[in-house]
Design a binder for this molecule. Structure first.
Ligand code: NAP
Length: 288
């Protein structure tokens, strides 16, 4: 592709960026769409974040993605924070509109879209989540927004699960419990969806998975893993072996990226092209 003065710039603010696959996914989608955009890795140490944000504005970027460790700190430098980011408590996408920086979060909707892509509907169902970090909070926001009937968050530290539950408890019951409690086992025996929102099973410790008492689960339960490296985790493989419908974490990563692409360009992203780029990138990383 030819980069000219007209090429629109987006990128990724994070530190360290290491093996991020967002540039590969987005540049593949831009090429497939014929849009004259480029997605740049913008490695930014925490002490230079405010200067980097000024640079985004000064250099005429259309927007950026934001990743660890800047997703919360960046809020201080924005002109506006959208409700999607307020609910998740973090910004993963910035759009520059008429020199104003607006922060969004596309993880919650990206997660729900990944379930929809797999033919799974959420309204009126119940979910159990392992883990109570940032990803769990995004999943709860997505599920509550998609009219789920109840959510149970289980963590090794109950106070963290309670903390997220309290943010969302309202019209929908959202409970935080310790994952070794009888309340957690009871929720698992009645749920429609089990989500791994911990890093258990992530490369290179790929044998890990949340300790699910599989015999308690109903056969119709959907198994969902947010871990996307490897694309087929031990948890997903075990769910498949036991005959459950499974949804891997690559879908959420692709869909949150596609939503950012749509915010920047106003066009739909080719998620098949993004998936191919992601899987090729993961294969290359895991080979080295
Ligand atoms: P996080 O904020 O660090 O939270 C991780 C959660 O898992 C915490 O509840 C933590 O418990 C728990 N945990 C961590 N290590 C554990 C262990 N060895 N045993 C049991 N529990 C453990 O991380 P996050 O941002 O929520 O991310 C969680 C996972 O989701 C990561 O693997 C990440 O790659 C993945 N993710 C995927 C996507 C996607 O698009 N597919 C998006 C976001 C995140 P403590 O608080 O007690 O440590």
């Amino acid at each position: 592709m030819q980069i000219t003065a007209k090429t629109q710039k987006v990128g990724l603010l994070g530190w360290p960026l290491g093996h991020s696959l967002s540039p590969a996914m987005h540049n593949a989608a831009f090429a497939a769409s014929g849009l004259d955009y480029i997605y740049l890795p913008l490695s930014t140490p925490p002490n230079l974040l405010s200067q980097a944000v000024a640079g985004i504005r000064a250099l005429g970027f259309v927007g950026v993605n934001v990743t660890i460790p800047h997703k919360v700190a960046i809020m201080d430098y924005l002109d506006e924070v959208d409700i999607s980011a307020k609910l998740v408590g973090a910004v993963n996408t910035i759009v520059v509109k008429e020199a104003r920086l607006i922060g969004y979060n596309t993880d919650a909707d990206g997660y729900i879209r990944s379930l929809e892509q797999a033919g799974i509907t959420i309204a009126g169902k119940s979910a159990v989540i392992f883990g109570a970090g940032g990803a769990a909070r995004a999943v709860v926001a997505g599920l509550v927004g998609a009219d789920i009937a109840s959510v149970t968050i289980g963590a090794r530290d109950q106070s963290k699960a309670d903390g997220i539950a309290q943010l969302f408890a309202g019209a929908v019951p959202v409970n935080g419990v310790a994952w070794d409690s009888s309340a957690f086992a009871a929720a698992l025996s009645q749920t429609n969806l089990v989500v791994n929102a911990t890093p258990l099973g992530m490369y290179p410790a790929i044998a890990g998975q949340p300790s699910v008492p599989w015999d308690l689960l109903q056969q119709s339960v959907v198994i969902s893993d947010l871990v996307y490296n490897p694309p087929i985790t031990s948890f997903i493989a075990e769910g498949t072996r036991r005959g459950h419908t499974v949804v891997g974490g690559a879908g959420m990563l692709i869909e949150q990226g596609a939503l950012a692409f749509e915010l920047w360009t106003g066009c739909k992203a080719d998620t098949q092209v993004m998936r191919q780029a992601l899987l090729a990138g993961l294969e290359a990383i895991n080979k080295n």
